[in-house]
Design a protein around this ligand. Sequence first.
Ligand code: NCD
Length: 334
Amino acid sequence: MSAAGGDLLGLIGEPVDRVRRLLDLAQRYEPIANDPSANTGELAGRMVGLLFFEDSTRTRMSFEAAAVRLGASVMIAGGSGTSISKGETIEDTARTVESLGMSALVIRGTPVGIAHMVARVVGCPVINAGDGAHEHPTQALLDAYAVAEAHGRLGHAGGGWWDLSGLTVAIVGDVAHSRVARSNLACLTMLGAKVVCVGPPGLAPAGLCGLGEPGLVEVSRDLDDVLERADAVMMLRMQFERHGGAGEGSVLGSRRQYRELFALTRERAGRMKDGAIVMHPGPMNRGLEIDGAVADGERSVILRQVALGVAVRMGALVECLGEGGDARNGRAGA
Ligand code: NCD
């Protein structure tokens, strides 16, 4: 195994070779990732701390499963159960948790840059599990994996070297407030895919074209047009909690209007290209951005995305910690 990667704070600006290495590792672990009896022992004797200050089901549980499959033990804190509610700073909480013997910290929270803040003050590698509307690198990696898998572009073992060129991925809905979309714009275009962001101007502003690799990002208001050329359609949750208190009406118009223009309805899904897949990072608002029948339909890889999350997070933990699982992040302050 190559040297430890250290922190994984985001994918924007990360070298493509690191992204491919992370995907290769995920592919290595994929066969055992969801086998509850598997234990590679690679992180035996290590402890991984999960600091989740925001709600999470799949990200938190899949990081936990990933650490356990590698033989590590896991400690979880967050929500109202930490001393943050007593006035402690995030930095002090992170250093306190690290001093309990953590080899890595996985952190999710609402302030943009929270994982970067923690990485500056602890000595162990830090993985960003979602910071506000900024980045969610492991989600984008699992999304890229799901696209590659569906279209025969897996890495070494599959012979495709994670090359997504020639594929078009539509990211639909509340792109502006989505950390999943930001990390995906970087990741998917770095691997050569074209990304079309679809939504009303308030949710998919024209400025999104400036993200990702030059020339590979487009913005469209016409889901029906994009559907006919997309190889994957990634629906996003309407992230009302990130709309700064703006009323639903001012963001969406009416729900009925929004659905008419931007929901992945059963009828629309029926017009997708042969072989095209339906994705959603979850949690879903069934009946708003996506019909239940589509989420559960034959094109849907939504539960496969969840399952791949464990393999990707095993790969991320191993890559960040390096052989022997004892990387430091190289910063002062531990
Ligand atoms: C997302 C998140 O929390 O960023 N979900 C996830 O991690 N699978 C998306 C969302 O909240 O809408």
